[in-house]
Write a protein that binds this ligand. Structure first.
Ligand SMILES: [Fe+2]
Ligand SMILES: [Fe+2]
Length: 244
């Protein structure tokens, strides 16, 4: 199973966000093996506007199942209506999607009106039932906000809070392979509750780390590939570069 994991498109933040998404699509169109799914872990739209989601929907041209979840910049109701063709409910947008034998629990960690994340009581309860149902099948827990600090104070101030409940849930679940997140605009790997935390880089921009020079050039849009074979996960990070 090959998953292309994108995050933080922020369509509408600047005109360049559309160009950068097109660059990623062009890169993915030239792969020699089509991904089994495209996972986008939030901040798809910068203002949660319908027109922004219609641009995000361009990812459907790739033909792979499109797995999306909301970030703090998204609007649940508009995202539901435009991208999922569902009723525009303001309730947490949690979805379970099966890709081959694997289960993807797409959790809504957004809190309307706030930049930090939280898995609500309802979402934690939902996730528990999804993992119960999944049994021994390999499961990927996906949400926008990483539950761990990453070494950048501005990002750590808006991470997922109350994550001890998620930790308690995951520690008893050997079938959970990894947590897939976004939000920090950085290709980063951490650990939480004995699971890898795999953050996709931001398509819109790359976070400047405190120890990097402030005039560091923009590295361009990038993504993660999660390869899951024979029960083993390998993650590769790649710049979405086009042929010269
Ligand atoms: Fe973001
Ligand atoms: Fe975010």
């Amino acid at each position: 199973m090959l998953i292309a994991h994108l995050s933080d498109l922020h369509i509408g933040a600047t005109p360049a966000t559309v160009t950068r998404l097109e660059q990623v699509i062009a890169y993915l169109q030239r792969l020699r093996q089509a991904p089994d799914a495209i996972l986008v872990t939030g901040d798809l739209a910068d203002h949660g506007a319908e027109g922004e989601y219609l641009i995000v929907a361009g990812l459907r041209r790739l033909g792979a199942p499109l797995l999306v979840l909301p970030g703090n910049h998204d609007d649940r109701a508009t995202m539901r209506r435009v991208l999922l063709g569902a009723e525009p409910s303001p309730e947490p947008l949690n979805q379970v999607v099966h890709v081959g034998d694997a289960v993807f629990a797409l959790c809504d960690s957004s809190v309307p009106g706030h930049a930090e994340g939280l898995l609500s009581d309802a979402t934690i309860g939902w996730l528990e039932s999804v993992l119960d149902e999944a049994g021994e099948r390999p499961s990927f827990v996906c949400c926008h906000h990483p539950p761990v600090p990453v070494g950048k104070p501005a990002a750590d101030a808006v991470k997922q809070v109350g994550a001890w409940r998620l930790a308690a849930l995951l520690e008893s679940r050997p079938s959970v392979v990894a947590l897939c997140c976004g939000h920090i605009h950085s290709a980063a790997v951490g650990a939480f509750a004995g699971k890898p935390v795999l953050a996709a880089p931001g398509v819109e921009s790359t976070m400047l780390l405190p120890w990097e020079p402030p005039d560091r050039p923009d590295p361009g849009p990038a993504l993660a590939f999660h390869l899951f074979e024979d029960g083993r996960l390998t993650t590769h990070y790649r710049a979405a570069v086009s042929a010269g």
